[in-house]
Design a protein. Structure first.
Length: 425
C-alpha cells in the first residue's frame, strides 16, 4: 500500500503532475531562505512572473509616448480592457460581450443592484446566506435602506442546515419557495468564503427565476478556482475580484458579468462616459447611449496599470485551461483530505463538504480545543513557513492553488501540524 505520508509519495505525485512546471511562472515568497508552503491563494494569489514586465510595458509606454500611448501599438490603452475580455470569458464560461473588468467587487455589486434590484412594496426582499462576507451584507443592507425598506424584515438570511455550517440545496429551495412572492433578488456566493462550500449556480438561478426574482452571484472565491458556466447558468449578473485565485495583485480590478439577455436593457443604471457606445463616445453629447453588453455598465476609462497584471495571469490560465486546473485541484485537495483523515483526525475537523463537486481548492479546518488552540496552531504554521489564513471565529483555511502548489507543500503542512501537536503534549 502507498504510504501517503512519505517524501517519496509526494515527490512521485508531483513528478507525475502534467502542470508541475506551472509553479515556475510564479514568485514564491521565502521564509528563512526556503520557499513557503503558500496556501493563501483564496485571499491573495501569488505574483505571476509575467506581471512585472506587463506593468513595466505600460510605464515605459507612458514615459516614451505620453498621451499617444492611448492609441499606439502594441497594447494601446484606449481599448486596453478589451485585451482581457476573451480570457475572462473563457475562465467564467461566458460570451465575451457578457464580461468586463472594472472597478472593485463591491462597487460592481452596487452598480448591479442599481439595475437589477428594483423592489416594490409587494416584492422588496433580498435573500442571502447567513454569515455572508461582510461586504456583501453591508451592500445589500444599504441598498434596502436606500430604497426605504427595513432590513429586519426584508433582508432574508438563510441559516445553514448542516452541522458543519453548510447549506443543502433543499434548504435553499425551501427558502426561495417560502419567501418567493416577496423576493426581488437572490444573491448567493459561488463558494462560501468561510466553509469553502461550492454551489450549483444553475439550479439556484432556476429556482430564483421560477419565483420571479432576479438572481446574482458573488464569485469572489469561485473565479479561477472552479470551472464556471456563467452564461449557461442563466444568472442575471455576477461580480468577483481578481486578487485571489486570479493572481492579479492586491486590490486588483474587479470583474462583472451581465447575461446577454440584458445586453440592450433599458433598466436604470448609474451611467458613466466609458459605458457610452464607442462609436459616438467622443462626440461628447449629453445623452447617454449605453454600449451593448457588460461594457455598458462601465463608468470610467480602464485602469491600465491595474489591468496589466490581470493580462499576465490570464495568459497562464489560457495556456493551462480550467479543465486541467480543476483536475489538479481535485488531486491536491483529495491528497490533503486523505492525509488529514489518516494522520490528523484528532486535531483537525474538515468543515468543507467531502463531496468534491461541492468544494473547490479550499479546505476549512477547525482545530480541536477551540479558538485559542486554533490561533496557536495558525501562528505556529506561519513561523514554520506554512501560510494559510484565519477566519473568525475558529477557522483555518488551507487552499492548495493548482497553478503553483504541490503535493510536497501539502505534506509539509501536515508535518507542521504534527510537530505542533507533539510540542503541545
Amino acid at each position: 500500500m502507498t504510504d501517503l505520508h512519505s517524501d517519496d509519495t509526494a515527490i512521485a505525485l508531483d513528478a507525475a503532475d502534467p502542470l508541475r512546471r506551472s509553479r515556475d511562472n510564479f514568485h514564491i515568497p521565502l521564509h528563512g531562505g526556503i520557499e513557503q508552503a503558500y496556501f493563501c491563494g483564496n485571499s491573495l494569489g501569488l505574483q505571476p512572473r509575467g506581471a512585472r514586465p506587463m506593468v513595466e510595458e505600460v510605464l515605459d509606454k507612458w514615459a516614451l509616448e505620453g498621451v499617444e500611448g492611448h492609441f499606439r501599438d502594441p497594447a494601446p490603452w484606449m481599448p486596453y480592457h478589451e485585451m482581457v475580455r476573451s480570457g475572462l470569458a473563457d475562465v467564467v464560461g461566458a460570451q465575451p460581450g457578457e464580461v468586463v473588468a472594472m472597478n472593485s467587487l463591491t462597487t460592481n455589486l452596487h452598480l448591479m443592484m442599481v439595475s437589477f434590484y428594483r423592489p416594490t412594496a409587494e416584492r422588496p426582499a433580498i435573500l442571502i446566506e447567513a454569515g455572508a462576507f461582510p461586504s456583501d451584507r453591508h451592500a445589500v443592507e444599504s441598498q434596502l435602506r436606500f430604497h426605504g425598506f427595513d432590513p429586519t424584515t426584508d433582508l432574508v438570511e438563510l441559516q445553514p442546515d448542516g452541522v458543519d455550517g453548510s447549506f443543502s440545496m433543499a434548504a435553499i429551495e425551501r427558502a426561495i419557495a417560502q419567501h418567493g412572492p416577496r423576493l426581488a433578488l437572490v444573491l448567493w456566493p459561488g463558494v462560501q468564503y468561510r466553509t469553502g462550500q461550492a454551489f450549483d449556480l444553475r439550479e439556484i438561478a432556476r429556482l430564483g427565476h421560477a419565483a420571479g426574482a432576479i438572481v446574482g452571484f458573488d464569485l469572489a472565491h469561485a473565479v479561477g478556482n472552479l470551472p464556471l458556466q456563467l452564461h449557461d447558468s442563466d444568472a442575471d449578473f455576477a461580480v468577483w475580484c481578481h486578487y485571489k485565485y486570479m493572481n492579479a495583485g492586491p486590490g486588483a480590478v474587479g470583474g462583472c458579468f451581465v447575461h446577454e439577455r440584458h445586453a440592450h436593457s433599458d433598466r436604470p443604471r448609474f451611467a458613466g462616459w466609458w459605458g457610452h457606445e464607442q462609436a459616438t463616445r467622443f462626440r461628447m453629447g449629453p445623452t447617454f447611449a449605453p454600449t451593448p453588453g457588460a461594457d455598458g455598465w462601465q463608468l470610467s476609462n480602464p485602469p491600465v496599470l491595474a489591468l496589466a497584471p490581470l493580462r499576465a495571469s490570464l495568459d497562464l490560465f489560457s495556456r493551462t485551461g480550467m479543465t486541467a486546473l480543476r483536475e489538479k485541484s481535485l488531486r491536491l485537495t483529495g491528497y490533503l483530505e486523505a492525509l488529514i483523515h489518516e494522520r490528523l483526525e484528532a486535531t483537525l475537523q474538515i468543515l468543507t463538504p467531502r463531496d468534491p463537486a461541492q468544494r473547490g481548492a479550499q479546505l476549512s479546518l477547525r482545530v480541536t480545543g477551540g479558538r485559542e488552540q486554533g490561533l496557536h496552531l495558525f501562528e505556529f504554521l506561519a513561523n514554520a513557513g506554512v501560510v494559510g489564513d484565519w477566519r473568525e471565529p475558529d477557522v483555518i483555511r488551507i487552499s492548495p492553488a493548482p497553478l503553483y502548489n504541490s503535493h510536497v507543500d501539502i505534506l509539509r503542512f501536515v508535518r507542521a501540524v504534527e510537530s505542533w501537536r507533539e510540542a503541545a503534549r
